[in-house]
Design a protein around this ligand. Structure first.
Ligand code: NDP
Ligand code: GDR
Length: 337
């Protein structure tokens, strides 16, 4: 019998790569999607077969992390072998504007899912998408023993989800694991996160469609990895006999300014001619530096990062140039989708 998995956040960057990975491994994949007034499945359209296809292995279900009853019903019906909780209001800057909503979906949502597993009485394994944002102002390098000090409503919500996961493991013996993932990016990254905002702007400036890029704090240091490699680490965590918590990172970092430099240079441009400051993109409290120590993931999961940030910047610029070219030529193809 094929294994089954339920992914919350399947329409997001990580959810789409994880769905691909699990389908390749022969899983039957169930994705939780929320109702939207416009289509929100662009990242998974290429792996989705229509509801009438009897052979389909990716099935989508409408629900929401704010609706605990829907979660219980879904788990009772599907009885998945593995659950991946990737759904979240995941934007740090936005979490300052919508702190309660972020707390509800990103924080309480994890408890709703854990409690739904308990209430439905099923045997399953769960992955919680925890974040390096939980380390906040604690200086790098950060690993599983580093004290947490979140600096945003998002970081606080993720910390609550982290501890809820640990608590359900300790209280109920649940196979519940936290992946403490550092920033990871790809051509599918949401357009308002800093790397994609930059690489998309590079493509548009190169094509003469834009002549300015407004940015916030260029001194922030981040450890940027490649998203398809990070979803492999999630899967490996759930294949372990014992649940546990793992940092996933490259161990190499750069400032936003350095990322700008490499990304613009990849298109033959000088970033300083185009980038301007706008305080609008500053956060009320910032996370200055995140650099992960993923030794435990390497030793226990055999997981190693491949792509480092300069190569990542270049591949994202290339993908955004190809995507823009395709859009300008009227082609309906999506690049790397
Ligand atoms: P995205 O923002 O790309 O995707 C978030 C997903 O959550 C989307 O599918 C979104 O649906 C869904 N979602 C939002 N609100 C709800 C809700 N109320 N109910 C159900 N689903 C909801 O995030 P990423 O793919 O980048 O990240 C995946 C997870 O990992 C997130 O939890 C994020 O916080 C966490 N994380 C990410 C890191 C990164 O660098 N990418 C690092 C560490 C942790 P829709 O498409 O409809 O908006
Ligand atoms: P982050 O990612 O907050 O680390 O959270 P983001 O790409 O939004 O910001 C990274 C750093 O860049 C600085 N910055 C800007 N950021 C954005 N978005 N836009 C700008 O114009 C800009 N200018 C400078 C930020 O201040 C910040 O220091 C991401 C999300 O994916 C979270 O869900 C995840 O948990 C963490 O990574 C790990």
């Amino acid at each position: 019998m094929a294994k089954t998995a339920l992914i919350t956040g399947v329409t997001g960057q990580d959810g789409s790569y994880l769905a691909e990975l699990l389908l390749e491994k022969g899983y039957r994949v169930h994705g939780l999607i929320r109702r939207s007034s416009s289509f929100n499945t662009e990242r998974i359209d290429h792996i989705y077969q229509g509801p009438q296809d009897p052979e389909r292995s990716l099935v989508l279900h409408h629900a929401d992390l704010s609706d605990g009853v829907a979660l219980v019903n879904l788990l009772r019906e599907l009885r998945p072998d593995e659950v991946y909780n990737l759904g979240a209001q995941s934007h740090v800057r936005v979490s300052f504007d919508a702190p309660l909503y972020t707390g509800d979906v990103t924080g309480l949502g994890s408890t709703r899912l854990l409690e739904a597993i308990r209430a439905s009485g099923i045997e399953t394994r769960i992955y919680q998408a925890s974040s390096s944002e939980m380390f906040g102002s604690t200086p790098p390098p950060q690993n599983e023993h580093t004290p947490f000090h979140p600096r945003s409503p998002y970081g606080c919500a993720k910390l609550y989800g982290y501890w809820a996961t640990v608590n359900y493991r300790e209280a109920y013996g649940m196979h519940a694991s936290n992946g403490i993932l550092f920033n990871h990016e790809s051509p599918r990254r949401g357009e308002t996160f800093v790397t994609r905002k930059i690489t998309r702007a590079v493509a548009r400036i190169r094509a003469g469609l834009q002549d300015r890029l407004y940015m916030g704090n260029l001194d922030a240091v981040r450890d940027w990895g490649y998203a398809p490699e990070y979803v492999e680490a999630m899967w490996r965590m759930l294949q372990q006999d014992e649940p546990d918590d793992y940092v996933v990172a490259t161990g190499e970092a750069a400032t936003v300014r350095q990322f700008l430099e490499v990304a613009f240079a990849a298109a033959g441009l000088d970033w300083s001619a185009y980038v301007r400051y706008d305080p609008k993109y500053e956060r009320p409290s910032e996370v200055d530096a995140l650099i992960g120590d993923a030794s435990k993931a390497r030793d226990r999961l055999g997981w190693e990062p491949g792509v480092r940030w300069p190569q990542l910047a270049e591949l994202m610029v290339r993908a955004d140039i190809d995507l823009l070219d395709a859009e300008l030529s009227g082609a309906r193809v999506r690049v790397d989708r």
